[in-house]
Write a protein that binds this ligand. Structure first.
Ligand code: M6R
Length: 606
């Protein structure tokens, strides 16, 4: 949610700020803005909409300045508009902010009493006036310490000052923030992706820290002002080179990357020589675990849901799953012999992070399944299991979902073998099957042509349903989520067996329904449920897997057959056509596939 960039240099910065904002647009894209310091004046250009529009406006103003901050917004307080776009400035300072200031209403009243006049409806503007107010009687460093103490909620901040052309401030609580080191210039950014065109040397602020960034130096402080040293990390080649390549959309590329991301992830965990799964540094005795709790949001939650089936099937653990925003506010009974697993692509999702913090406060065993290994969730969990799928830019999660499922599947196998719930022979045979997955995913991607045509029908639907049983139920939820977020079509995912308990009433002539029915133990039952919707007029797209037996049903509108693999692995394959279906439906409607309306990639607010 929202992207921040800051550059302090001896060269002009506005065009580089704009370029970085383009990279950050996946974090928020309802308005954008920039402020630079020129001879003791802060000059701002802001606009509603995308960075392209901002760039056009900037060209009219000939925006100069060798210090500047920029922002792309995902609105929380105040609608998307030019006036609410960041930066927000007082007569002294200009601020960009990612997060929510929860006590902004109280602070605003106090500041208004002192005579400060507010222009926007945002929570951020209080920070600009608060800093201005404290600066009257305090040094810069004390001002920052005092202002940060006053703010409740989450933030990543970038601040420049009218009368200080040699520094800018960065600060974080909750929301992520990185700094980059350049030659006689330094940078501030919401993530390394925004900075990589300028530097490969990065440090991350820890929660509660702030920093003073000068052209030749960056100093870091804890919230009480005590200085801290930071590790400088080098971005990897992959991180530096990640872009759209020949693709028009990141999502399309990220779907197509899945055979190789699957392979990379398996290579990290599977010792092919000894045919076993290695999870190094597992800090607990696996056989002493009694329960596992999987927590995530959105697509990450769906991966937890699939994992519940694997863990129940293969281990003797009690398995529960939870949506992070619910878990964090429930009266949870924490148990010492439970493992709490937090699943998140970004590793920054506010609710998932808060759920992790809650578990840590209660001294629980915590494990993070993340893509971004420098993220807050990864840093704070006892054990980190990366999904190794490379940067994911498309707001709709695709390769990360497969990566999350993959790591959770391997974790389930590892636990089940260590607990002696499966024999060595079964363990080895499951691992052997796993090694076939990447190739089957590649074959599944080739079923593309059919989905282009099918996507056109789903794009025009008033509403549609996704049905499945067992492992295929969470995949139905994921398919429906993808269609909602990309094609803005109302879609419901349902356990196929639940239809006659209510939702069947929704079925009408011509309604598109996806039935996910691999030839597993649920196949025949799902086929009956499929007939029930066909009988009521549904146009069924059946997703199943290849088998020597014919499909036993009639009147199926369209059918996609993925590879035949071990039943446990089929969810990986049945997901792919659903990703493509959503992609083509959105394409048909001409929507912005990588940046669906009202959404943002990394949800760092509640
Ligand atoms: O970064 P996370 O995995 O924690 O994000 C969780 C959800 O916000 C995310 O999966 C969201 O549901 C996606 N847009 C779905 O495609």
């Amino acid at each position: 949610m929202c992207g921040i960039i800051g550059i302090i240099s001896s060269k002009e910065v506005s065009s580089r700020i704009v370029n970085s904002l383009k990279k950050l647009e996946y974090r928020g894209y309802d308005s954008a803005g920039i402020a630079t310091l020129v001879e003791g004046n802060i000059n701002e250009v802001k606009c509603e909409g995308r960075v392209d529009a901002l760039e056009k406006d900037i060209s009219k103003f000939n925006l100069k300045g060798d210090i500047g901050i920029g922002h792309v917004r995902w609105a929380t307080h105040g609608k998307p508009s030019k006036i609410n776009a960041h930066p927000h400035s007082s007569e002294q300072v200009s601020v960009v902010h990612n997060g929510i200031i929860e006590n902004s209403t109280i602070l605003k009243k106090l500041l208004e009493k002192k005579g400060y006049v507010f222009k926007s409806q945002t929570d951020t503007e209080v920070i600009a006036h608060l800093v201005t107010d404290y600066l009257k009687k305090n040094s810069l460093k004390d001002t920052i310490i005092k202002v940060l103490k006053k703010l409740h909620g989450s933030f990543a901040l970038g601040i420049i000052f009218k009368d200080k052309n040699d520094l800018m401030i960065g600060a974080r609580r909750g929301s992520p923030l990185a700094v980059g080191y350049g030659p006689n210039e330094n940078y501030l950014g919401s993530d390394s992706y925004a900075l990589k065109s300028m530097t490969n040397k990065i440090s991350y602020l820890d929660d509660g820290e702030f920093c003073i960034i000068k052209r030749d130096q960056i100093e870091f402080f804890q919230s009480n002002g005590i200085k801290v040293n930071k590790k400088v990390m080098n971005l990897s080649k992959e991180e530096l080179n990640y872009d759209k390549g020949d693709y028009k959309y990141f999502m399309e590329k990220e779907i197509d990357e899945q055979p190789s991301t699957i392979k990379d992830c398996i290579n990290e965990y599977v010792d092919k020589y000894n045919n076993q799964i290695n999870i190094y540094n597992f800090p607990w005795n696996i056989s002493s675990l009694k329960a596992i709790v999987l927590i995530g949001c959105g697509t990450a939650y769906h991966s937890c849901l699939v994992a519940k089936y694997w863990l129940e099937q293969n281990t003797n653990l009690d398995v529960s799953i939870d949506i992070a925003s619910e878990f964090r506010y429930r009266k949870v009974r924490f148990k010492k012999d439970s493992l709490y697993v937090f699943v998140s692509q970004s590793g920054e999702t506010a609710d998932t992070y808060a759920a992790l913090e809650l578990c840590k406060k209660n001294k629980m065993k915590t494990c993070a399944v993340v893509n971004v290994v420098e993220s807050s969730i990864a840093r704070d969990a006892d054990l980190v299991l990366p999904i190794y799928c490379g940067q994911e830019i498309g707001v709709a999660s695709t390769k990360a979902f497969l990566g999350q499922m993959l790591v959770l599947y391997m974790l389930s196998l590892k636990i089940s073998y260590d607990q002696k719930e499966i024999t060595k022979k079964t363990y080895h045979s499951k691992i052997k099957n796993l090694l076939l997955l990447s190739n089957s995913a590649k074959k599944t991607l080739k079923l593309d042509h059919k989905l282009l045509k099918i996507g056109k029908v789903f794009a025009q639907a008033k509403g549609c349903m996704f049905l499945g049983r067992g492992y295929s139920f969470p995949i139905a939820l994921e398919g429906a989520l993808k269609l909602k977020e990309l094609a803005y079509v109302h879609a419901e995912g349902y356990p196929a067996g639940e239809m006659k308990h209510g939702p069947l009433a929704l079925i009408e002539e011509g309604m598109p329904v996806v039935v996910i029915a691999p030839r597993d133990e649920h196949y025949l039952k799902t086929m009956s449920n499929m007939q029930e919707v066909i009988a009521r007029g549904a146009k069924v797209l059946l997703i199943t897997n290849k088998n020597k037996d014919e499909i036993i049903s009639e009147n199926i509108w369209e059918q996609i057959e993925v590879d035949k693999l071990n039943d446990e692995l089929i969810p990986f394959l049945t997901t792919i056509p659903l990703q493509k279906l959503a992609f083509y439906s959105a394409l048909e409607k001409g929507y912005d596939i990588d940046k669906p309306r009202n959404l943002a990639k990394s949800v760092t607010v509640e």
